[in-house]
Design a protein around this ligand. Structure first.
Ligand SMILES: [Zn+2]
Length: 112
């Protein structure tokens, strides 16, 4: 049995897969593989296409973005260099040439 995680309850290595669930024959514990893999992970930032983003990435804006409190618009296709991932509703911190520092939503950008 290689590739299957040990039972989270009794640590048995004899787990097997059954209909998408992992089953432990020793303590009869059943659990979902997805839940096990998703749980301990820290947050992952993804662009509009599901590519994982990292600090320092360059991205492209895929939607006209109005800037709050001004009439300026960051146009589709604007390149943004050296992004920083932050927590929050707007989860990308960056500096756009001609606009200055601002925060974007990862769903409106794609990795360049
Ligand atoms: Zn078990």
């Amino acid at each position: 049995m290689s590739g299957l995680p040990p039972c989270p309850k009794c640590n048995s290595a004899y787990t097997y897969e059954d209909g998408g669930l992992l089953v432990c024959p020793e303590c009869a514990h059943e659990w979902s593989r997805d839940a096990v893999e998703a749980a301990p992970e820290a947050r992952v930032w993804k662009d509009a296409h599901g590519n994982v983003l990292a600090d320092g990435d360059s991205v492209t804006v895929i939607k006209d973005l109005k800037i709050k409190g001004s009439s300026s618009v960051v146009k589709v296709g604007t390149k943004v260099k050296n992004i920083r991932l932050i927590e929050g509703d707007h989860d990308i911190d960056c500096k756009i040439e001609g606009f200055g520092p601002m925060q974007l939503k990862s769903e409106y950008i794609k990795k360049a």
